[in-house]
Write a protein that binds this ligand. Structure first.
Ligand SMILES: Nc1nc2c(ncn2[C@@H]2O[C@H](COP(=O)(O)OP(=O)(O)O)[C@@H](O)[C@H]2O)c(=O)[nH]1
Ligand SMILES: [Mg+2]
Length: 325
């Protein structure tokens, strides 16, 4: 029996896809349940919505208990979480302020940021979460910071190109990240950690007079082959390309979905890891979809538009997929 879902229902579903935390997801599911036409054709969907709702409510309760204990824990929002790490006064807060709407305190005295502070950075049609963190130095490393960094999906290491200590900063930060197993060479299953490719070193305050020379010194004397990317939060130098680099190191792709006979929904992509397949997309849309799926068609990276593809077909960033059940 057809479900004949209404525009209100699709709007609520849209809100669910956009939801960035458990509370918003719960609110959207409740709305979906409230507006879904109540007849035989939607019984299965209704039951499923109820199940998902009760699962999320449980999750929400256990989360709020743990969230209070650890002030360094930042709940993930958006397409990916990128944490900043660096010495005092390297321009961490200034960078977050320049590319997000968050307004962390920027000051020329050290230790103005005591706990992590998140802001959302718009990139094309998605948001990426940046997390400003308390500084590290030879004298002090905030306890709890390592956990927060390990929990991120990617890292920005900020080195002050305006400082004569830049090489020491670089070596100290990289060593801290490997010693604490925040950055690891190879990903082990079920262990958190960031791969070297997901860690980007920034030479900040590169507009300062000594910036150019210091960057040359770091490139020459720092680890061989390490990319050092100059930016300035004050002049804006390098910031646009930085957003693209951040998207790249997250290793994510955006997939848009469409309903047969309708225009694709280009507003809210599903975010998947690079290397994801049609099957992965189906399970992230709905738990039962991999089982119910009959056919999938692809626009974008396909050889021709609307090509039917297999479940194990590898998706590319910006693909459009239509799944029929
Ligand atoms: N010239 C210059 N100064 C900057 C830049 N970014 C930050 N600053 C200054 O450097 C100081 C420390 O910046 P802040 O963002 O608070 O550093 P944090 O301690 O790493 O968060 C402040 O006085 C900022 O105004 C930059 O790109 N260029
Ligand atoms: Mg700061």
């Amino acid at each position: 029996m057809p479900a004949n879902l209404t525009p209100q229902y699709y709007d609520a579903e849209e809100a669910f896809k956009k939801a960035v935390n458990v509370e918003e997801k719960i609110a959207a599911l409740e709305e979906m349940l409230a507006v879904i036409p109540k007849h035989k054709g939607t019984e299965k969907i209704q039951a499923d919505l109820k199940k998902r709702l009760s699962k999320l409510r449980e999750e929400g309760q256990s989360k709020s208990k743990t969230a209070r204990v650890d002030p360094f824990f930042v709940e993930k929002q958006g397409a990916g979480q990128v944490a900043l790490v660096g010495f005092p006064n390297t321009g961490k807060s200034a960078l977050v302020g320049a590319v997000t709407r968050a307004r962390p305190k920027v000051a020329d005295y050290p230790f103005t940021t005591n706990v992590p502070l998140a802001g959302m950075m718009p990139y094309e049609d998605i948001y990426i979460q940046l997390v400003d963190t308390p500084p590290i130095s030879q004298e002090i490393i905030p306890p709890g910071l390592a956990g927060a960094l390990r929990n991120a999906d990617a890292l920005l290491v900020l080195i002050d190109a305006g400082s004569d200590e830049c090489l020491e900063q670089l070596e100290f930060c990289l060593k801290y990240l490997t010693d604490k197993k925040i950055v690891r060479e190879a990903a082990a299953p079920d262990t958190r950690g960031i791969l070297p490719d997901q860690r980007l070193v920034l030479a900040t305050r590169a507009d300062l007079p000594q910036g150019h020379e210091n960057i040359e010194i770091m490139r020459e004397l720092g680890p061989a082959g390490l990319e050092i990317y100059p930016i300035s939060a004050v002049t804006g130098m390098g910031l646009e390309a930085l957003k693209e680099k951040i998207f790249k190191i997250l290793g994510i792709i955006r997939i848009y979905t469409k309903i047969p006979g309708k225009e694709p929904d280009m507003r809210t992509p599903f975010i998947l890891q690079q290397g994801s397949t049609i099957q992965d997309l189906a399970s992230s849309i709905h738990r039962d979809l991999p089982r119910l799926m009959k056919n999938a068609r692809l626009w974008g990276s396909a050889r021709f538009e609307g090509q039917s593809v297999m479940r194990d077909h590898l998706l590319q960033d910006r693909d459009i997929v239509e799944i029929t059940q």
